[in-house]
Design a binder for this molecule. Structure first.
Ligand code: PNS
Length: 169
């Protein structure tokens, strides 16, 4: 049997955006199997809006139609997770030059920790250049329309959570 090329697509996904999904779909066109993995960003000091379980479940709803995509969560090092899964690639989206320095440092560290996995950067589609999970949280929390930022199927979950937190008041 032909060896499958496995890629992991890591992120905090708090919440997943249309920009993330664009990267995930494009990665699915490049690799046999893509594992989207919800992880912790230890540099992010604010507590997440959604639990890892909630983020995983929301992603699952967004990728049901993609045959070779799956979702998981992991609380340790990305390099260890990629090794555990036998991944040949770590796929990340790059929005702008400002992302590059941090992502480059992460890629070199991950390569040092796991020689088997190459980091592959996909450039964000132009229409998603500005988009991030924190933009979704910020706009949503101030009562703005997030329809263009997140998949329709998870919009009610985000609006509900923002209402619970007293957004737009
Ligand atoms: O969506 P984000 O917040 O940019 O994703 C960052 C993430 C979660 C991929 C990154 O923080 C990460 O890889 N976390 C797992 C722990 C780890 O391996 N850290 C990097 C060691 S150099």
């Amino acid at each position: 049997m032909k060896k499958q090329t496995i890629a992991v697509c890591p992120g905090s996904f708090d919440p997943v955006t249309v920009g993330h999904l664009d990267i995930i779909r494009r990665a699915c066109g490049m690799f046999d199997r893509v594992i989207v993995v919800v992880m912790q960003n230890k540099y992010n000091k604010a507590p997440p809006m959604f639990t890892a379980y909630e983020r995983k479940e929301m992603i699952l709803r967004c990728i049901v139609d993609i045959e070779n995509a799956e979702v998981d969560s992991y609380d340790g090092l990305l390099a260890d997770y990629a090794h555990m899964k036998g991944a040949a690639a770590i796929v990340k989206g790059l929005r702008a030059v400002s992302d590059f320095e941090y992502e480059f440092q992460m890629a070199l560290t991950n390569k040092k920790l796991n020689r088997q996995a190459e980091t592959v950067f996909l450039t964000t589609s132009a229409e998603n250049m500005y988009l991030s999970s924190s933009i979704v949280r910020m706009v949503g929390s101030m009562g703005g329309d997030i329809s263009d930022f997140v998949p329709e199927c998870i919009k009610p979950d985000i609006e509900r959570r923002l209402t619970e937190k007293g957004a737009g008041k």
